[in-house]
Design a protein around this ligand. Structure first.
Ligand code: DGT
Ligand code: CA
Ligand code: CA
Ligand code: ZN
Length: 536
């Protein structure tokens, strides 16, 4: 963990412990804001002097001193004092979505519960209901949150697993015995959560590769190690504290600390068959095998072979495969177009007549939902435009948060007017990119938008998104989102569910109805490809 990240964590914990002890809430908010500022800092905090620290928005005298202490000694005295007063398990309890500091404090003081196990017991035996202002409904909600969080412990989000897998691939690629290497499984299929990471290596020297795999720097324990398969547990980077505080009811799910990673060794001539088999999905594989049998062939992780109905696998009898080196060859021999991993889910992909064109990074020509430092983004308008240009975009639309998003420093009407002005100026100066003036406008709980029509009218582009009241029932949520779609100034419906994977379920609107209405009113639906969200 970088020093900045460690410091941000420390400050966030201070804020939480202050909340828990019922101390001045302004002080807690100040620490939380400072945590975010440190986290967003592009430079190493250790290189800044006090004057430079004070120039950072969100950092005042007192916190600057604490930062200097931390950089110098690795300690913040106040943190140590608070830690002495707060049982450590309580901080874990506060990471359960929907369990705020007030509730955790009440549970602690009434029932003397300080751990997750204790809380689960209190929910089971009903003693939780003796906590002041705790009703059955609230208790059920906590139970559901814990269940969701427990699931989160088991499966990693795509954006957590991918960097780990890429690091492993980069590390093992350097070993000369490795002929081919790739990650497979649900990660290669781009699933939203990943149970374990599967790494495939083609080599003629399995022992050397397995040894290198087991001794990688982040390996915490070795679960199994054999000729063709090894399994280890790899350390996961700590959660990004930004996700704890940037959205109204998002509180962090403490992640597991390791992830299982499997290594499979494949003979080089079976690379395609091995990739196909271990990429899955299992359901897709079953369909392929059935198709092979229907064509008088048999498919396994070593290749596609003529089916001679013998008991021993064909590769053990020296039978030459019809195809095995690449996935494309195997699909071709099965009279199929190449099927990209992202759609190998047994959802009808075997009836495709040609390879569908999936959206690639290069297809993205413009970004129409972007925040600046005016609300909760990390770049100025100019920096954002420069970055967009660097990515080859022809257009960038600045859409900061609207006034009700207080947590995200949403813009009042006055600030929005000034912002539009600033965007227009920047656009005039900018070369080679169009900068549009937009807004990400809150869809309020009842479906009204956060700015009046006469304000919306002045914007080039309006993204309307739900940020609060995300536990509404599906019917109410559908009505709410439909109302936003029908507003004639809305161009895009932003992250319609508002979910954060493993953190909060978000809304479950009737997607069919939204899609219909969006078509009718010429409103685009945001996919939101951020790995925390993946809404559509
Ligand atoms: P996960 O790890 O739960 O996110 O999902 P996957 O799809 O990565 O599953 P995993 O790691 O158990 O296995 C990786 C792939 O290997 C899987 O997608 C298909 C293949 N595979 C593993 N075990 C079997 C099996 O028993 N039968 C078949 N047909 N394929 C299997
Ligand atoms: Ca897997
Ligand atoms: Ca696996
Ligand atoms: Zn949003």
């Amino acid at each position: 963990m970088s020093l900045n990240a460690a410091l941000a964590h420390r400050l966030e914990d201070i804020a939480r412990m202050m909340d828990l002890l019922g101390e001045d809430s302004f002080k807690a908010i100040a620490h939380s804001r400072a945590a975010r500022a440190i986290d967003a800092l592009p430079t190493d905090v250790a290189t800044l002097d006090k004057k430079q620290l004070l120039e950072i928005e969100g950092i005042g005298q007192k916190i600057a001193d604490k930062i200097i202490d931390f950089v110098r000694t690795g300690h913040i005295a106040e943190y140590d004092e608070l830690r002495a007063k707060v049982p450590p398990g309580l901080l874990d309890l506060m990471t359960i979505p929907g369990l705020g500091p007030k509730t955790v404090r009440a549970i602690w003081q009434t029932l003397d519960v300080t751990t997750m196990a204790g809380l689960k017991k209190a929910l089971e035996d009903g003693s939780i209901l003796t906590v002041p202002r705790m009703g059955q409904k609230a208790a059920d909600k906590i139970k559901a949150s814990i269940a969701l969080a427990d699931e989160g412990l088991a499966r990693l989000r795509l954006g957590q697993a991918l960097p780990i897998a890429e690091r492993i691939v980069a590390h093992l690629s350097k070993i000369k015995q490795v002929k081919e290497i790739a990650y497979a499984g649900s990660l290669r299929r781009g699933r939203e959560t990943i149970g374990d990471i599967d790494i495939l290596v083609a080599t003629t020297d399995p022992a050397a590769v397995a040894e290198a795999f087991r001794t990688m720097p982040d390996v915490r324990s070795v679960i199994a190690s054999g000729e063709s398969k090894s399994s280890v547990r790899i350390a996961i980077a700590p959660e990004d504290p930004r996700w704890d505080s940037s959205e109204a009811d998002a509180t962090a799910q403490k992640p597991g600390t390791t992830v299982q990673t499997d290594l499979r060794i494949i003979p080089p001539h079976s690379w395609g068959a091995g990739m196909m088999y271990f990429t899955g999905s299992k359901e897709h594989n079953i369909r392929l095998r059935q198709r092979a049998l229907d064509q008088g062939l048999t498919l396994n992780e070593f290749g596609l072979f003529p089916d001679d109905k013998a008991d021993t696998p064909p590769q053990q009898r020296g039978i030459k495969p019809v195809a095995s080196k690449t996935e494309s060859e195997i699909y071709k021999e099965l009279s199929l177009p190449y099927i990209p991993p992202e759609i190998r889910e047994d959802r009808g992909e075997l009836s495709l007549k040609e390879t569908p064109r999936l959206i690639e990074l290069d297809d993205i020509k413009s970004e129409l939902h972007a925040h600046t430092t005016a609300s909760d983004g990390s770049m100025s308008i100019e920096e954002l435009a420069a970055k967009a240009k660097e990515r080859g975009f022809h257009t960038i639309c600045v859409t900061d948060h609207s006034k009700s998003s207080i947590q995200a420093n949403g813009l009042s009407v006055e600030r929005l007017m000034a912002h539009i002005e600033a965007i227009r100026k920047a656009s005039e100066k900018a070369k080679g990119i169009t900068i549009l003036a937009g807004s990400e406008v809150d869809i309020l709980a009842d479906g009204r938008l956060d700015y009046d029509d006469k304000i919306l009218k002045q914007l080039d582009l309006v993204v309307a998104s739900p940020h609060t009241a995300l536990s509404q029932d599906p019917a109410t949520a559908t009505r709410r989102l439909l109302a936003a779609i029908k507003n004639k100034y809305v161009h895009i419906l932003g992250h319609p569910t508002g979910r954060l994977i493993n953190r909060r379920a978000g809304l479950s609107p009737d997607m069919g109805a939204l899609i219909e209405a969006a078509k009718e009113h010429h409103v685009a639906l945001e996919i939101n490809a951020h790995w925390m969200r993946l809404d559509l």
